[in-house]
Ligand binder design. Structure first.
Ligand code: SF4
Length: 170
């Protein structure tokens, strides 16, 4: 089960192409200037079985990718890892935002490490008002990185994506 604050089934702002975005409920980071402070409180969203969320993604034939957004997806890591596994098995690209950095997640809980091992792309780090920019693709502040997760895990350090799709160069 996942506790969600919302679902957008035709997003074009949470990654390249038409994507389904799942917004989770609950975030421990409380970044000043956060665009979604209504997602901070835990336990007050809509609780949905993971299998139903796969059906939501499949209901849009134009959808090629899925993004987990916040709230903090890694605060519900076990559920999102299960969802990511099911989506990957269906051929979807899976990306997740996190207010944690890649380095923090590498040393996180077993569930957080499992979620990390299941996704393709991580947009990491908290929103920092001092680093705010409207000119960078898919991020709110310049400290946030778009990481190739399989390459990062193989290297043991953060590896930015080289994908032109993700860099907004397409
Ligand atoms: S991590 Fe994201 S959702 Fe959480 S407070 Fe920061 S900007 Fe808002």
């Amino acid at each position: 089960m996942l506790d969600l604050s919302g679902i957008v089934s035709d997003s074009i702002v949470d990654g390249p192409g038409i994507r389904t975005t799942f917004f989770c409920q609950g975030c421990p980071h409380h970044c000043p200037g956060c665009h979604n402070p209504e997602t901070w409180d835990f336990g007050c969203g809509t609780t949905v079985p993971v299998e139903e969320l796969v059906d939501v993604v499949k209901s849009n034939p134009l959808c090629r990718g899925v993004t987990f957004s916040g709230g903090e997806p890694f605060a519900q890591a076990a559920g999102f890892a299960k969802l990511a596994r099911l989506l990957k098995a269906q051929g979807y690209e899976v990306a997740s935002y996190s207010g944690y950095t890649f380095e923090e997640l590498l040393n996180g809980s077993e569930d957080q490490k499992e979620l990390l091992a299941t996704i393709d792309i991580l947009i990491d780090g908290p929103f920092l008002m001092a680093e705010k920019s409207l000119e960078i693709a898919f991020r709110g502040s310049r400290n946030q990185r778009i990481l190739d997760v399989p390459k990062s895990l193989a290297a043991g350090k953060a590896v930015p994506t080289a994908s032109a799709r993700w860099l907004g160069e397409y």
